[in-house]
Design a protein around this ligand. Structure first.
Ligand code: SAM
Length: 226
């Protein structure tokens, strides 16, 4: 059984996709999607040896070696053009890490792939990269599991697209939809950020002006949102 987080990621994978999961660890997402007949074929990319072996083992034990290629590779180097990949997932990595891999390995993208991203933090810089590279956000989701808030961002290359600073911070579709999980996430963050701000002021710490301004700006945006 998948975690709620990976189950929600799975829900954003198009039927019949040829999916590359980068940083697949044990490969549970791909094994579940193939076993259910949702996807046609898959590549599991792992940069580290222990999770690479774990993925190899789960693919073998589930009899899926013909359909899932497990590769020890850094980022999008796991993908070969003969794979005919139509969707790429990145789950459970920091948003900045996902952005850095996408940016560094752009040459491996055909531009036709759907990106299914589940960053752990760093959503804003990731959305910024998507915008700067002509990716439109098609779907977004906030969910909570084990006292963590997770976001899912689905994007496809569309040509020039423009999002405001607030849309990049909160997520353009989340801002429209205002789901209960989204509101609850930002209520929690507002409390935390207000606390940090008041600690800064009370301790008269030498906080860089830039950091203070960014935090003040965020508190203002979140208060306006709620
Ligand atoms: N995707 C799984 C999930 O969501 O449950 C595993 C998440 S795990 C926290 C992150 C995985 O990404 C690790 O197994 C790590 O080795 C892998 N990883 C980190 N950087 C990577 C890179 N540049 N290329 C491929 N895999 C990477």
């Amino acid at each position: 059984r998948l975690s709620v987080r990976l189950e929600r990621v799975a829900a954003h994978v198009p039927a019949g996709a040829r999916l590359a999961d980068i940083g697949s660890d044990h490969g549970y997402l791909l094994v579940a999607l193939l076993t259910r007949g949702v996807i046609a074929a898959a590549v599991a990319g792992e940069v580290a040896l222990t999770p690479f072996h774990a993925a190899q083992r789960s693919v073998r034990e589930n009899g899926l070696s013909q359909r899932i290629s497990v590769r020890l590779a850094d980022g999008l180097a796991a993908i070969e053009s003969a794979d005919g990949i139509t969707a790429i997932s990145f789950c459970g990595m920091g948003g900045e890490t996902i952005r850095d891999i996408l940016d560094r390995d752009k040459a491996h993208l055909s531009g036709g792939e759907r990106l299914i991203l589940q960053p752990n933090g760093g959503e804003q810089p990731l959305r910024q990269w998507l915008m700067e590279n002509g990716y439109r956000i098609l779907d977004e989701e906030v969910l909570r599991e084990n006292r963590f808030d997770y976001e899912i961002i689905v994007a496809e290359r569309s040509g020039p697209v423009s999002y405001s600073a607030e849309q990049l911070y909160f997520g353009p579709l989340q801002l429209q939809e205002r789901s209960a999980a989204f509101i609850a996430k930002w209520q929690r963050l507002l409390r935390l950020k207000r606390q940090t701000l008041s600690n800064f002021t009370r301790a008269r710490q030498a906080v860089p002006e830039e950091k203070l301004q960014a935090l003040t700006q965020q508190v203002r945006w979140i208060s306006e949102l709620l």
